[in-house]
Design a protein around this ligand. Structure first.
Ligand code: SAM
Length: 323
């Protein structure tokens, strides 16, 4: 078991496979882009596999691939296959913008991926283009249908933004009525370029949905599968609507996650630069035991709670962390 100083068990590893993305979501990527890491600075797929293998030995049960855009990483499929074949059999998931899924969906399914989160903030092409800088909305909608046709678990992640996609929230929630397993509203976190925008509190989002769908009933306490979301089911809905509210309803006391950035840092909290430099260790010829020891010790330094409500993070951008 990997346990921090506050007795939280770390069971969930999010892995950013790359800092590159095909989209330019305004609140995630700064207007002048980000300085991309060089090839040597990025962990190889073998190095990532080794970290996953060690961490699943230590109690990690769930692995999520993210980015940048994870499907941009060359041979991400091979890594997913290898992780799925580990004797520890971790649960595998991916967070993607969905644009490249039509090309990869068959192979991803064959590699063992069954759980996918697709980020989608609007159903209107003009707003999609305004947020992401791309006209790929049709591809994303097709991807969602393709994943559903395969019988995969599909969750839609939405970041509500004041004055930008406020009018889309009801329609996006509607996708959980007949289509997807869950639509989840995530409060905008004040990281880097996101500070130029205002998010909506999930209390406001719930009020808006209540006017149309009623109060709903609570389901599924946050946990290793459901993550930090509080889920609600509305009458007549097949799927759930989730609210991830790091600002209005902190869930740090239940935080069970840790993040591996593409340059090999094990980041202890989304809101803090505190990290363990695994890349240097991996490349110094360290033994498995030495690396495990560094992780065990390092994790003890995980903050009790994020500091987003007191200060904004102006140094990082979400594209470099992976959400
Ligand atoms: N490219 C992939 C995608 O779009 O899903 C994975 C990486 S992206 C950084 C992961 C998630 O982080 C997306 O759902 C995105 O909307 C969310 N995100 C980015 N910046 C955020 C912020 N400041 N606050 C909350 N969520 C954010």
């Amino acid at each position: 078991m990997l346990t921090d100083a506050f007795q939280r068990q770390i069971e969930y590893l999010r892995i950013s496979l790359t800092d590159k993305c095909n989209l330019r979501c305004r609140y995630c990527v700064p207007p002048d882009g980000v300085k991309l890491r060089s090839h040597e600075d990025i962990l190889s797929l073998e190095e990532i596999l080794r970290v996953v293998s060690l961490m699943t030995d230590m109690g990690v049960k769930r692995v999520r691939f993210t980015g940048g855009e994870p499907l941009i990483r060359k041979n991400a499929l091979g890594l997913i296959r290898d992780v799925a074949s580990l004797p520890s059999h971790p649960m595998i998931a991916m967070t993607t913008n969905g644009v490249f899924l039509p090309e990869y969906i068959d192979d991803l399914y064959e590699a063992g991926l069954r759980d996918i989160n697709i980020s989608l903030d609007t159903l209107r092409a003009d707003v999609y283009e305004m947020i992401t800088g791309s006209d790929d909305l049709g591809k994303v909608l097709r991807s969602i249908d393709m994943c559903l046709d395969k019988g995969m678990s599909v969750k839609i992640n939405v970041v509500p933004l004041q004055g930008i996609n406020e009018d889309d929230l009801e329609d996006l929630a509607q996708m959980a009525r007949t289509k997807v397993d869950a639509v989840r509203f995530i409060e905008l976190m004040p990281i880097g370029c996101a500070n130029a925008y205002k998010g909506l509190s999930n209390d406001d989002v719930k009020e808006r949905l209540k006017a149309i769908y009623g109060v709903g009933s609570g389901t599924c306490a946050p946990g290793i599968i459901s993550g930090p979301a509080e889920y609600v089911t509305y009458e007549g809905f097949k799927g759930k609507v989730g609210f991830i509210s790091p600002l209005s309803h902190k869930f740090c006391d239940r935080c069970n996650r840790i993040r591996l950035t593409c340059d090999g840092r094990l980041r202890l909290c989304l809101a803090s630069d505190q990290s363990i430099d695994l890349k240097t260790l991996l490349r110094s010829g360290a033994s498995d035991e030495t690396i495990k020891e560094a992780i065990t010790e390092g994790v003890k330094g995980k903050n009790r709670c994020h500091g987003f409500n007191d200060r904004n993070d102006t140094r990082s951008n979400m594209i470099g962390i992976g959400g």
